[in-house]
Design a protein around this ligand. Structure first.
Ligand SMILES: [Zn+2]
Length: 246
């Protein structure tokens, strides 16, 4: 534990040195700058020793620091991994069985676990939510959603033998294959899924899959998929070698 604490303090020091100009190092915010808003989620106790946590602003970013052992409880974005599964020209969607957005449709996806590769996590989520074994073809979209500190990484995939699927409760109420023209656009759960599927259908129509990355900007206070409340910016589109036009 001592070693970890030292490592965290060292990391904190390195980050401070890295981020702040020399004159401001160790002084908190540079003079005249507005401090960033405090994080919505605040934690009370240290996960290492149970001591009280204090919210501090050591390097321009709010940090929870233990008042007893000085452990820095870094909060970092979470990665959501999942698949867009195609089978005979149709796309596999699940109707969510749990909140948030219970009853709405989505692609199989969930949080990446520690010790797991992103592709393995995407395949696992597909089995857990849609009861489907899949072959992962390629990364397809990577969307950052800074406002909710999430990164979405969805892979293109195909059903693998025995080519079956079934909703798995409690995660899903229903699983079904949709032709592109039948996708329930008004009943999709998340902005990321709406944007990913729109690109997917467009790529499918032109017969060339790209890899898309970008940032989803959401209107503060808006719901997970409110029409007109989000947009994709900094969109980068790369044609993949196997599907690039010759
Ligand atoms: Zn502690």
């Amino acid at each position: 534990m001592q070693h970890q604490q030292e490592q965290h303090l060292q990391q904190q020091q390195q980050r401070r040195q890295h981020r702040l100009p020399a004159a401001a190092a160790g002084e908190g915010e540079p003079a005249g700058a507005e401090p960033p808003p405090k994080p919505k989620q605040q934690f009370k106790f240290c996960r290492m020793c149970g001591g009280a946590l204090e919210l501090t602003l050591p390097d321009g970013i709010w940090r929870h620091v233990c008042t007893q052992c000085q452990y820095v409880d870094y909060q970092n974005p979470r990665m959501v991994v999942g698949t867009i599964v195609q089978h005979e020209g149709r796309i596999l969607l699940c109707r969510r069985g749990i909140e948030p957005q219970r009853g709405l449709w989505t692609v199989p996806a969930g949080y990446l676990e520690c010790g797991e590769s992103s592709a393995a996590g995407a395949a696992r989520e597909t089995l857990e939510e849609a009861g489907a074994r899949v072959h992962i073809d390629a990364p397809y979209v990577m969307f950052d959603i800074p406002q909710i500190s999430q990164i979405y990484l969805l892979f293109r995939a195909r059903l693998a033998p025995p080519f079956t699927f079934a909703a798995r409760e409690p995660e899903s109420l229903e699983a079904a294959l949709f032709r592109p023209e039948d996708i329930p656009w008004d009943s999709l759960a998340f902005s990321s899924v709406s944007i990913a599927l729109k690109h997917y259908v467009r790529d499918l129509e032109r017969g060339c899959f790209s890899v898309h990355s970008g940032v989803i900007q959401k209107r503060p206070g808006s719901g997970p998929n409110e029409p007109g409340s989000f947009q994709l910016v900094d969109h980068i589109q790369l044609a993949t070698p196997e599907t690039a036009p010759s």
